[in-house]
Design a protein around this ligand. Structure first.
Ligand SMILES: Nc1ncnc2c1ncn2[C@@H]1O[C@H](COP(=O)(O)OP(=O)(O)O)[C@@H](O)[C@H]1O
Ligand SMILES: [Mg+2]
Length: 256
């Protein structure tokens, strides 16, 4: 019958399409420094995608859409983020509430939280071939510390354990727009995201604008070292998502 003659080729085409989406092409991974001793990075078959950006830059909005899209196209995904380790996240939260830790200690605390997630969430998921989406990565931690005067060489050394992601997207949004979005969402500003510990201004609104300006400058500087993609985060969520999908498709195909 004519139908059975035409069916097999079209099915074949569909299967091929699906297969090219399902299996991310394995590309070499590297650590920024020594990495984790004894780890064979060739066993890391998945992809690590980091989404960076200030409070209110749209990370959660974009990540939710990306996860939906990736899962719908057959990829297993896991999400990680700052202060989410099982090891120290509660203690870190408590320490921040009280504003009791010195800068270096706080930096080490965050690095511990990161290392725990790297070892126990990120690397096992990559070994299993999953896509790991990081809601912020070491660049935010470095930028926060750099703005507070922590030594850059010391920080680079500290984060030498980090795996270089397959893609890093920095959602850039003007501080003036960030403040509007954060207010609309939470009706208040966060003490730390406003950099109130730095004493830039007594007025939280003013401090937020200054602090986020410093963070943006630092991110631009870090971008020159680490080469991540700066994404214009002031467009519509749809337009941003379209760009991210296109870039991630290239990553999955091993072309980026
Ligand atoms: N592209 C965008 N344009 C306008 N508003 C946005 C955009 N992306 C996110 N928002 C809104 O801004 C607020 C902060 O977004 P969110 O995704 O929670 O940011 P983040 O996770 O980076 O803090 C939310 O109320 C969200 O609906
Ligand atoms: Mg968020």
């Amino acid at each position: 019958m004519p139908r059975s003659k035409t069916q097999p080729p079209s099915r074949q085409t569909r299967r091929d399409d699906t297969a090219s989406v399902l299996v991310p092409k394995v590309t070499p991974k590297r650590f920024y420094g020594q990495g984790i001793p004894g780890l064979d990075s060739e066993t890391l078959n998945g992809k690590l995608i980091a989404v960076e950006g200030a409070d209110g830059s749209g990370r959660s909005t974009q990540i939710a859409r990306l996860v939906q899209w990736l899962e719908a196209t057959g990829h297993h995904t896991i999400q990680v983020g700052l202060k989410r380790s099982t090891l120290v996240s509660e203690e870190l939260e408590q320490a921040q509430q009280g504003n009791i830790l010195a800068r270096t200690t706080l930096a080490l605390f965050y690095a511990t939280d990161f290392a725990d997630q790297l070892e126990n969430s990120i690397l096992p998921a990559l070994r299993a071939g999953s896509i790991v989406i990081a809601d912020r990565y070491i660049y935010t931690l470095m930028a926060r510390d750099l703005v507070r005067g922590v030594d850059e060489t010391w920080l680079r050394n500290l984060y030498g354990i980090a795996l270089a992601p397959d893609a890093v997207f920095y959602l850039e949004v003007r501080p003036e727009l960030l403040v509007q979005r954060v207010f609309a969402k939470n009706q208040s500003l966060d003490y730390w995201e406003s950099g109130m510990d730095l004493g830039l201004s007594r007025d939280m609104f003013d401090s937020f604008l200054r602090y986020q300006g410093l963070m943006r400058d630092t991110f631009r500087r870090l971008q020159q070292t680490y080469g991540f993609d700066i994404i214009d985060g002031e467009r519509s969520p749809d337009a941003i998502n379209q760009e991210l999908q296109t870039r991630i498709e290239a990553v999955l195909a091993g072309k980026a």
